[in-house]
Design a protein around this ligand. Structure first.
Ligand SMILES: Cc1ncc(COP(=O)(O)O)c(C=O)c1O
Length: 450
């Protein structure tokens, strides 16, 4: 391989980190940008191509965070860039609230075609994951004329008031924000590493389902009042933790039995990230509503709520957004879907298997690795002080993230003590191998120093 090509695919650091320009921009940022953002390390990005990001000082990094699992086709994929440029020169905005345009119809047709199950579908467009969740909450109430919701411990559904009422991820996300939406109940997530109640991991699915039927429905809320159950089929912010297929199938049965809508929040897990279009495809279920965003348009702000056509029965005026389904975002999404369909989803599944083979012996070699899990390129690594007691080790996780950055690998945490691997779906084996070897080294360093 040519040296120049290698340089473009793998990290190449030319300054100490952060470099001088990055330092200066971070300082300016601290003075003027909202302090509510959580930045783990001082990367100041300038350009991106594929899975490589270059910072303002000319350092290049391998990006295993992908803008929080967003740039599905990589940074600035040529097909996506061309689609954006073409559309921007033709029509930037029109508002689907008032007028029609063909791109929106084409994207709705495409999303309806790739959505799970055989039922006809309708699609609502907005701008962000939280907006998709808000729309799904409103649609569920509108359709069922019921007002209660069930969500799960550890799940993250967004930060607007409705979505935040479902979110049960970190207390800091709720602190000082007062009362949230009434009538939201939380149930244990089927955690197959720790168990639904922190015990009996082998019974996680049965225990989590039993809680809803035997506790929640008997003591707190009659099922006939429940509009919808919201579930992340793979918990994202909570730790990259997949729900078992048997749990999702059981949840679908439970919803059908009680006339409750099943909403899959696939904002993070959808659009091919798990090696199939949707994480629920691994369980063969058909949710009534799917929320998707992040990877849908490779970085342009767009979300979609895909619902069974008979569920999306709200009338004109019930819900809309000025910018939702903007033509440029839609063009980016159509180009993204073409790339996903042609190569990227199959590549994602293959790279996921490659990483899982390369990390197979880690629990034996690293005493701090408690669990490695996931599907496709949605992989979580959970760190513990002791593999037997499973005491959480957030310090090791943080150390790994920090030292990977110093070696040119961009990573993000998830949950209290897990690392997430969420690269663009277009990485190749050399990049996957580099990331695995770097993380391996960083874990050894963290174990020695902490
Ligand atoms: C599963 C899930 N739902 C909703 C959201 C909220 O999306 P956004 O940040 O675009 O509002 C996120 C964001 O991380 C998410 O992971």
């Amino acid at each position: 391989m040519q040296v120049a090509e290698k340089k473009r695919k793998l990290p190449h650091l030319v300054t100490a980190l952060p470099g001088p320009k990055a330092k200066e921009i971070v300082q300016r940022d601290h003075d003027v940008v909202s302090p509510s953002y959580t930045r783990d390390y001082p990367l100041v990005a300038k350009t991106g191509r594929g899975a490589v990001v270059e910072d303002v000082d000319g350092n290049t990094f391998l990006d295993f965070a992908a803008g929080i699992a967003v740039v599905a086709t990589g940074h600035c994929h040529p097909q996506v860039v061309a689609a954006i440029q073409k559309q921007a020169a033709e029509l930037i905005h029109m508002s689907c609230t008032d007028f029609y345009y063909e791109g929106m119809v084409e994207l709705a047709e495409k999303l309806a075609a790739i959505a799970p199950g055989k039922s006809a579908k309708r699609v609502y467009f907005g701008n962000s994951g939280a907006e998709a969740v808000e729309a799904a909450m409103k649609l569920a109430r509108y359709h069922t004329k019921r007002d209660k919701f069930i969500a799960f411990h550890g799940c993250f559904h967004g930060r607007t008031f409705g979505a935040l009422s479902l979110t049960a991820s970190k207390a800091v996300q709720r602190k000082h924000f007062g009362s949230l939406l009434a009538g939201v109940f939380h149930a244990p997530y089927p955690n197959t590493y720790r168990g639904a109640y922190g015990v009996r991991p082998e019974n996680a699915s049965a225990d989590a389902l039993a809680y809803i039927e035997n506790e929640l429905f008997k003591r707190l809320c009659d099922p006939s009042d429940v509009a919808a159950i919201f579930i992340e089929p793979v918990q994202g912010e909570g730790g990259y933790l997949p729900a078992p297929a048997e749990f999702l199938q059981g949840l679908e049965r439970l919803c059908r039995k009680h006339g409750i809508l099943l909403v899959a929040d696939e904002v993070q897990s959808g659009m091919g990230r798990t090696g199939k279009w949707w994480a629920v495809d691994h369980a063969g279920i058909e949710p009534d509503i799917i929320c998707t965003a992040k990877g849908i348009a490779s970085g342009m702000p767009l979300c979609a709520v895909i619902a069974k056509a008979d569920v999306m029965d709200w009338k004109p005026g019930a819900h809309a957004s000025t910018f939702g389904g903007n033509p440029v975002c839609i063009a980016a999404s159509l180009a993204t879907i073409a790339v996903l369909e042609e190569t990227a989803i199959a590549n994602c599944a293959a790279m996921g298997e490659f990483i899982s083979r390369q990390t197979a012996g880690w629990r034996e070699r690293h005493k701090s690795v408690g669990d490695i899990r996931g599907k496709g390129l949605m992989i979580g690594i959970e760190f513990v002080r002791d593999q037997k007691t499973k005491e959480k080790a957030p310090g090791i996780r943080d150390h790994v993230i920090e030292s990977a950055y110093k070696k040119g690998l961009l990573l993000l945490g998830a949950g209290e003590n897990s690392l997430r691997l969420a690269p663009p779906l277009v990485i190749d084996e050399e990049q996957a191998d580099f990331a695995v070897r770097t993380i391996d080294e960083c874990i050894s360093e963290a174990e020695r120093s902490l």
